[in-house]
Structures are given as C-alpha cells and as structure tokens.
Design a protein around this ligand. Structure first.
Ligand SMILES: Cc1cc2nc3c(=O)[nH]c(=O)nc-3n(C[C@H](O)[C@H](O)[C@H](O)COP(=O)(O)OP(=O)(O)OC[C@H]3O[C@@H](n4cnc5c(N)ncnc54)[C@H](O)[C@@H]3O)c2cc1C
Length: 386
C-alpha cells in the first residue's frame, strides 16, 4: 500500500531531475532564447547543452542506448526547457514524436537501427503526417507508397514538418492502398534525409517557435527497402494517432512551461514597477490577475502530470486525457502569456522583455498535434463511446 503522504506527490527522483533541467535551462538555454527567436535560427547551443546532459531525447528506452525516462520525466524535461525557450523544447518533444511510432509498433530490427543514434544525439527524428490539404483530416493525405519488388517507392509532399532539414530521420505516413478503406489504407515508413529523392521546402515564416524550422518534406520517387515499414501495411494511421495520444501530453507540458516562464517574468516585474507611488503588485486588481494565472497554470500542470502517468501505463482512457491535457494547458498558456504581456504594460509589448515571445510561442500549442477543436472531437468520441 502506498504511504498516504506519497499519494499525489511527484517522486524525489522526478524533483531532482526537474532541478537539474531547470539549472541547465537557466544557464545554457535561456541566454540564447531571444536571439534564436530574433534570428529564426535553430537553437544549436541548446541542442549541444541538452545532449551533454542526455535531455535531448530522454524517453528512449535504456535497451536502445537511451536515458529511459518515463513519460512524466520526459514531460518535466520539456516543461523546464520550454520555460526558458519554447523552440528548444521542440528538440526533446519532436524526438519523442518522431520515434514513438517505432517504439509502439516498429520491428526489433528497425528499433535497433534507428533509436540508438537518436539516443546518442547523433540524429534527430521528425514526424511527417500533415499535408497541405490534409491537416485535421489526416486520412485525406495524398502521399503514396507503392510496393516494387522488395522495396517501397514514395511520392508526395508532407507539410509543416517540425525540424525538417535538421533531422536525419522521418516517420512518413503514406497511402499504400489507394482503393482501400479510407484511413485503413495508410502505412508508416522510416525515411532518411540522405535517401535519394528527399528534398525540403523553404522555412515557413511563423508567428512563434521561430527557432524550430518548419518545412515541407518533398518525396520524389524515394526508393526505400521493404523493411523500413513501421508495423503492418494499413496500420499507419492507427499508429500515427496512437503516437499523438502519448505526445499530446508533452505538448501540454510545453504549454505549462511557456506559461510558467511568463508568470515568472510577470511576478518579478510587478514587484519592481511603481505607479501611483507604490509597487503595482500592491493593487488588488493586479493581485487577482496573478492569482487567476497561477490557478489556471497549476490546474493545467496537474492534468498534464496525470495524463503523463496514463501515458506511461498506456491506460485505455489515455486518448481522453492526452487531448484534455493538451487543450486545457494550451488554452491556459495562451491566457496566461496574454495576461503577462498586460501586466508589463507597454514594456510587455516590446521585444525588450520575453513575454511577447512567450505569447507568440504559446499560440502554436493550441494548433499543432491536432487543433484544440480536434482535441474536443477526440474527447467527445471517448465520452460517447463509454
Ligand atoms: C509550427 C507548426 C509545426 C507543425 N509540426 C508538425 C509536424 O512536425 N508534423 C506534422 O505532421 N504536422 C505538423 N504541423 C501541422 C499541424 O498539426 C496542423 O497544422 C494542424 O493539425 C491543423 O491542420 P491545418 O493547419 O491543415 O488546419 P485545418 O485542418 O485546415 O483547420 C483549420 C481550422 O478548422 C478547424 N477544423 C477543422 N476540422 C474541424 C472539425 N471537424 N470540427 C471543428 N473544427 C475543425 C480547425 O480546428 C482550425 O481551427 C505543424 C504545424 C505548425 C503550424
């Protein structure tokens, strides 16, 4: 029986991990966050620092050379990095997103070939599901993979792919049976950056997470060995959506981190700034805003952590909790970062303070890995199936 005092408490190991990531993020990542945003450049210093501490892909199991972090520990890493720099937090987040299809459904051989280089920090792994005309409606994808002897030949364009061009490896979803049942005619493959016929579009010009490159991935007669399929033919979309059940929790963690970063800045500012002869922290109107921000943040954090535990156990209600954690935390992050800008007044609206960046970065958490409307569809589906 669990000690009553340990119920609902993060373990000392997880708290130790949080302290370590927080220190690293403060000393080695936060200092570059404004520049990474301003210059729209990949956060290379952050990647080096994350690799040196094994925080770049912490979820990879030990048997494949990884740190073997559980789902909660992975969320804590992403949260603490996002608190300093959202773009940098996409390194561990997208390494998990890209490799999760392999971890869930890949052959032992594929896992042995592709997980160790990611664990060692020699390669990153992206996830290529979306297309220009197939965003929320993923089953409408047009990318094709045709069997040719022992090989597959891929053609099409995947859109909005995070870290495309930087990553060595890609989980690519493609239709393998054009005449087959919609959704059940899609398969997942590992494509390498170096495969002949792989190309990348220009970087998207984005509102936020500007340090994380988002590009199209072009596939022109890309010929890959037959054993690069992940799972069985026709299982691809199921694997891709199961992956998102797990990784939406990490986007919730990213949102919590961004929101915490903004609250930190707002708290420090209101204790310094004086108007009407006193610190603005003394005004009850300001205090109520801070209380509401912290309350929403803590509610989001708790939901993310519960969802992380469900992800770790692979609970049957993970789809509901993953969607709820992502939607709740990202909506909270948008409100909290907007209020943080408000509390800094004119200063908050300038690039001299980090809250405007955090507000722009928060917005993406409501959109990717399924918009928050799509999360509500997922939640409603779970509720109505009970
Ligand atoms: C910075 C960034 C990074 C990304 N990274 C990746 C990545 O690494 N890999 C990847 O595969 N994809 C990635 N994406 C794609 C992302 O997941 C999609 O943009 C998202 O799923 C929405 O698809 P869409 O943009 O086509 O919007 P649409 O599907 O066109 O949606 C437009 C609007 O309609 C609403 N809507 C659509 N359908 C419904 C419905 N049935 N009910 C109610 N409302 C609905 C949406 O909620 C939204 O408000 C990324 C996107 C961005 C912007």
């Amino acid at each position: 029986m669990t000690d009553a005092f340990d119920l609902f408490r993060i373990s000392p190991d997880h708290e130790e991990l949080r302290d370590a990531v927080r220190t690293l993020a403060r000393d080695k990542i936060a200092v570059h966050a404004a520049e990474v945003d301003e210059t729209e450049s990949f956060p290379r210093d952050a990647y080096v620092a994350l690799r040196a501490s094994d925080f770049h892909a912490p979820h990879i199991p030990e048997e494949y050379g990884g740190a073997g972090a559980d789902a909660l520990a992975t969320c804590i890493v992403i949260e603490e990095v996002a608190r300093a720099c959202a773009s940098s937090s996409l390194i561990p987040a997208v390494n998990k997103l890209g490799t999760m299809p392999l971890i869930l459904a890949g052959s032992e051989e594929l896992k042995r070939r592709y997980l160790p280089p990611v664990a060692a920090g020699e390669a990153m792994f992206s996830y290529a599901l979306s297309e220009r005309e197939a965003g929320s409606d993923t089953a409408a994808m047009r990318t094709r993979a045709r069997a040719d002897g022992d090989e597959w030949v891929l053609n099409g364009t995947k859109t909005w792919i995070t870290n495309a061009g930087e990553s060595e490896y890609y989980t690519v979803l493609a239709v393998t049976d054009p005449e087959g049942r919609r959704g059940a005619n899609i398969s997942a493959f590992v494509v390498e950056k170096s495969d002949a016929g792989v190309g990348f579009g220009a970087k998207e010009r984005k509102l936020g997470v500007k340090g994380s490159p988002t590009r199209e991935v072009h596939l022109a007669n890309v010929r890959i060995p037959g054993d690069r399929i992940v799972g069985e033919p026709g299982e691809g979309l199921r694997i891709a959506l199961r992956t998102l059940d797990h990784t939406r929790v990490t986007i919730g963690a990213q949102a919590v981190g961004i929101a915490q970063g903004a609250l930190d800045v707002a708290l420090a500012y209101v204790k310094e700034r004086k108007q009407f002869g006193k610190h603005i922290a003394e005004f009850q109107g300001v205090q109520f805003m801070l209380a509401d921000m912290a309350m929403a943040l803590e509610a989001a954090r708790q939901l993310v952590y519960v969802a992380a535990a469900k992800s770790q156990r692979d609970d049957p209600d993970l789809p509901f909790f993953g969607a709820a954690a992502k939607a709740q935390a990202s909506d909270a992050a948008m409100r909290i970062t907007t209020d943080a800008v408000q509390l800094l007044g004119g200063a908050g609206y300038t690039r001299d303070f980090p809250v405007e960046r955090m507000m722009r970065d928060a917005k993406i958490t409501q959109i990717y890995e399924g918009t928050n409307q799509v999360q509500r569809i997922v939640m409603a589906r779970s509720l109505l199936a009970r």
